[in-house]
Ligand binder design. Sequence first.
Ligand code: PRP
Length: 194
Amino acid sequence: MFSTNGLIPSGSDDMHKDCERIIFTEQQLKSRIKEVAEQVDQLYKGKRPLVVGILKGSIIFYADFIRHLTAPVELDFMVVSSYGSGTVSSGKLKIKKDLDNDVKGRDVIIVEDIIDSGFTLANLKALLLERGASSVVIVTLLNKQERREYDIKSDFNCFDIGDEFVIGYGLDYDEQYRSLPYIAVLKASVYSGE
Ligand code: PRP
């Protein structure tokens, strides 16, 4: 296991070298996700929720989260985009891959890696309710509260973070770093081109 002590592993690996500092270790992620998933699970006694992962950023969180649920769940995924290749959120939400399931009458759990401006989740929640979902609960790994522009909040959030560019555990910069087992702040030199 990498970085249980919060230190960036030494060596010549480029992914690790581009990290300014680790903010959540593998161990911290594991224990907080278990705690939150057990709280969410309480809501679904006797129900069969549809757990919707928003790809790609949520993939690792999603896989860890669902394994703590005891309710019988069905899995589904959407691919949407709100970011370009840079670090600023902009533009209109695009649905690149829609759900396989009809959400009418279903209890839906949306699983997201991060809520930033809130654009993605505000639009997605509205869309799923419009399609007839009975309930929509939002579960996020990270919340950047100070960046919020849309009136939406996560029902269950694992960690609050400041306005820093974070990578790892599913989160990317320009499609890189998603496989890092921890969450780290990306060195500014990587995206400023210095
Ligand atoms: C990220 C993240 C959320 C969204 C959050 O997705 O996964 O979906 O941005 O930002 P917002 O609150 O300002 O809408 P991104 O488009 O980077 O795609 P990815 O999940 O494939 O990394």
